[in-house]
Design a protein around this ligand. Structure first.
Ligand code: 5RP
Length: 218
């Protein structure tokens, strides 16, 4: 199976978590896009969706799923999204697509976070994938210096602005032995909006696609 076939298989497997009459959170990226395409076929079941990015909102609308504002929905029963890296503890790195802040908000509002990924995303230790950090533009250099002090190598994501109008620093050379601690340290730096570690609020279910099929980690 190609990576894209695995992404599609795992996205379709997540459809079984969707119940009638729900408003659910929908993530961002190529795996989440397969999930949206799957949702399109059962859209009568859903009352709507909260999108974790403008791109996802556009795709949901295109297939006829109403996009709702999180401020009007209250908490959500389910959030389905991909990841850039995941461990067996269901700690994640997210934000390769730059949507980490809204993704973290929707995850925080959701009772169950089902993460969908192909098996290439499973790692023993997070950090091979550069950790995205969303930063207020005026704090770019300040935050970069503090990240160097923490042992990382920040690289500005070129020609990129988040949906919130901010920049992304992708942090290389991290071996993240304690993701909860690093997530907290980064969030406490003045000028950081969010970082891409999802450890304080990890996934609740990780669905992983391989050539052998889709397996579930909880
Ligand atoms: C976007 C994300 C994505 O979930 C992550 O980048 C994985 O993307 P893909 O499904 O395309 O591999 O966090 O901000």
């Amino acid at each position: 199976m190609t990576a894209d076939e695995k992404k599609k298989a795992v996205a379709l497997a997540a459809l079984e978590y969707v119940e009638s009459g729900w408003v659910i959170g929908v993530g961002t990226g190529s795996t989440a896009n397969h999930f949206i395409d799957g949702l399109a076929k059962i859209k009568g079941k859903l009352d709507g969706a909260v999108a974790s990015s403008n791109a996802t909102a556009d795709r949901l609308k295109k297939v006829g799923i109403p996009v709702l504002d999180l401020n009007s929905t209250g908490d959500l029963p389910l959030y389905v999204d991909g990841a850039d890296e995941a461990t067996k503890h269901l700690h994640l790195i997210k934000g390769g697509g730059g949507a980490l802040t809204r993704e973290k908000i929707v995850a925080a509002a959701s009772a169950k976070f089902v993460c969908i990924a192909d098996d290439s995303k499973l790692v023993d230790v997070l950090g091979r994938f550069p950790l995205p950090v969303e930063v207020i533009p005026m704090a770019r250099s300040l935050v970069a210096r503090r990240i160097v002090e923490l042992g990382g190598q920040p690289v500005l994501r070129e020609n990129f602005k988040t949906d919130n109008g901010n920049i992304i620093l992708d942090v290389h050379n991290l071996k993240i032995m304690n993701p909860v601690e690093l997530e907290e340290k980064l969030d406490h730096l003045a000028g950081v909006v969010t970082n891409g570690l999802f450890a304080r609020r990890p996934a609740d279910v990780l669905l992983l696609a391989s050539d052998q099929g889709v397996r579930k980690l909880t």
